[in-house]
Design a protein around this ligand. Structure first.
Ligand SMILES: *Cc1c(COP(=O)(O)O)cnc(C)c1O
Length: 358
């Protein structure tokens, strides 16, 4: 069976030898040696001033909304994973959708101003498939209207824009280290923010403690455990191998699919991308379903990312977003992971082309 992704697992002995610290010290959570070591290594690897590791990629979104004091309306994108919107609602705010750019798939910055009201407190946008939003335009709007900016950068591990980490943009950015993501700790995530916000984010992620017996204020538990950090430390040395191996798959797909009547991901200029996803946007939904069914018949399971468009989710009930809905109904991510064999890449390509060229 071939799934859309396959978790990269480091040699088990290497994971175990890192875990030995936890056994030797009897310390398996509450920001032990391993969490702090991983934070240090990620700071260096990503070239960011600070990293705050958390137990998944959703809590940092909620903590950022809380810590930045966001209220009432938050402008956001309908083309993302549900966690982007659900975090807004969970924090008691209202998501106000702005449609997406048809080529870049990120929030359409030219439509943001029209959605701003006296209740707007922030923009929460997603860098889709590692493709950055127009961060300069969004920053200019935020300054003009005094809004905060949060980026859901769950897909963006290692992405740089204009020569620096994409995590450095906005008031806060979040990443996911879920097992399906490029770099992972099983479950896990991180928060990046401006240095003057760091302490507050930190307190929030640890019950609000600012000492063993004292509290700075309200908090929640979003701490990463030592067991999660050990996985990250074991995976990190293999990242360049993972990236190269994914690049081989992407090159093969690109070469085979070039010139067909489909849309591929349009990367924004000045972006150094991370080979994170391979979406195909078909001409229509029936073409997508035909390709998906043909692949499924061969025990190959691509995924519809992102589907459905979040404005159509029942409990969210946003207003109509024609571009996002149209893209969501036609976008399929092909299997992409290190270790996908050439023979399997060829099988996938053959099936896709056969359905497309019928
Ligand atoms: C994976 C993902 C999340 C959630 O991350 P978790 O680590 O699973 O909580 C949020 N937003 C986007 C865009 C994602 O792809």
């Amino acid at each position: 069976m071939i799934n859309v992704t396959k978790t990269f697992l480091p040699p088990q002995t290497e994971y175990q030898s890192i875990l030995k610290y936890a056994w030797d010290t009897g310390w398996i959570t509450n920001r032990g040696v391993l969490v702090r070591e991983l934070e240090g290594k990620l700071r260096d690897y990503l070239k960011v001033p600070d990293v705050l590791l958390m137990t998944n990629g959703t809590l940092p979104l909620q903590i950022a909304i809380k810590a930045l004091g966001l209220k009432r309306e938050i402008i956001t994108t309908p083309f993302s994973y549900v966690a982007t919107t659900s975090s807004i609602i969970w924090e008691g705010c209202t998501p106000v959708f702005v449609d997406i750019h048809p080529e870049y798939l990120t929030i359409d910055e030219t439509k943001i101003e029209a959605a701003i009201t006296s209740k707007t407190s922030a923009i929460l946008a997603t860098h889709v498939f590692g493709n950055p939003c127009d961060v300069e335009a969004i920053e200019a709007i935020a300054i003009k209207y005094n809004l905060k900016v949060i980026y859901d950068a769950a897909h963006c591990f290692g992405v740089t824009y204009r020569g620096q980490s994409i995590f450095n943009y906005g008031d806060a950015s979040t990443c996911s280290f879920h097992a399906t993501k490029l770099f992972h700790t099983g479950e896990g995530g991180a928060l990046f923010c401006k240095s003057d916000q760091f302490d507050k984010m930190y307190w929030h992620h640890n019950f609000g403690h600012d000492g063993q017996e004292s509290f700075h204020g309200l908090g929640i538990n979003a701490k990463m455990s030592e067991l999660q950090a050990a996985m990250g430390l074991a995976v990190l040395p293999y990242l360049s191998h993972v990236l190269e191996s994914r690049k081989t798959v992407i090159d093969a797909y690109n070469e085979a699919l070039y010139g067909l009547d489909i849309q591929l991901l349009g990367l924004r200029k000045h972006t150094e991308w991370n080979n994170s996803y391979y979406p195909i946007i078909f001409k229509n939904e029936s073409q997508l379903l035909a390709v998906k069914n043909a692949l499924n018949q061969a025990n190959i399971f691509p995924r519809r990312y992102f589907y459905p468009s979040l404005n159509t989710v029942k409990y969210i009930n946003g207003k109509s977003m024609p571009i996002s809905e149209r893209i969501a109904s036609r976008a399929l991510c092909l299997p992409l992971y290190s270790g996908l064999s050439n023979a399997n890449i060829e099988r996938i390509i053959t099936i896709v082309k056969k359905e497309l060229c019928w």
